[in-house]
Design a protein around this ligand. Sequence first.
Ligand code: NCD
Length: 370
Amino acid sequence: MNSPRNASQHNSSFLSLKNLSWQKFKKLSVHEKACLFNRDHRPYHTIYPQQFDRSILDYLCTLATYIRRIAKSRAGVDFLSGLLSHKRAMLYFTQPSSRTFLSFYAACQYLGLKPSEVRDAATSSELKGESGEDTLRTFSSYFDLIIMRSPRQGFAEKTAHLLSSTERPIPIINAGSGKDQHPTQALLDVYTLQRSFERYGGIEGKKIMFVGDLMRGRTVKSLSCLLTNYPGVQQYFVTDPRLQISKESLEVLDQAGVEYQVESDFDRMIPLVDAVYMTRIQDEWSQKDEDPVDISKYSFREKHLKSLQPHAIIMHPLPRRSEIAVECDKDPRAIYWRQVRNGMWIRVALIAATFRADEEIANYYRRNLA
Ligand code: NCD
């Protein structure tokens, strides 16, 4: 595994972020911001999918696989849990979450990082009128990492900027921001795709179909963007016109020269694709008087298994409602439960890389398991 340090990227970016006002920072392009959030070709703050290029993605996926193999033995688990036992993490999740929350919690535990949590802004001084920014700045005094999920679009980005200029800067990981981005879900999705297509030439050239609430689903936005790193991938957005993917997400694909198709005929598309990425309706964002959209036509039923190619996979970021029939769970192509476990390993890898414990892990792997 080559260290991502060999790849070209700004190394001194963190220093310039420290002196950049929020007004100036806001005006930068997402690619410029992404460079500022990385350090030594590793994510320091993890806020947007644009921070990950192909070499970082390959590096993290390999690291995750090393970690899962190391964790198979007691000696390996003991080794991992000593790596960051001098660090503490705050999980600030002010939006419903159990799987992502526990995935990060378990990832911290694997590395010996001590996790603490806030699950509801109403239990903090935000109820007394304190700003979210002040709350997180306060927490940054007690912890070495903040992993945050918030309904507020752009809040993770704002916090990362703010905490870079304080006397005690610490990294921020975005575990889901509004309808905006969910970069670590995209990482686990890419890791899952990579493992699933290992024997089929990798992710390159695959046809990936997104189904469901493509307008408000942040996992779709983040994964669609991350897939631009894999040449030849074609993306299909298949749903009711009222839930279709946003113009901004399609612009990302246009700029990257990626082929895509916006479609509404789900049944016709199933036999053509290598991966089906199902999502639920994100109706927590709906207005009270809004007519609900019927997505029964965009649900994966048992009958669809027959038309799905033998090597193809069915993914879902979870939680699911009825968009995948439970009868499909036993089919080996339904890999959403494996996706969950992959998520924990890639998060261990990301946190390890954030704290530069990655090389120690790679060395341990080479000495003991290669
Ligand atoms: C997703 C999310 O929170 O955006 N869940 C997750 O993190 N796995 C998807 C969703 O809530 O539908």
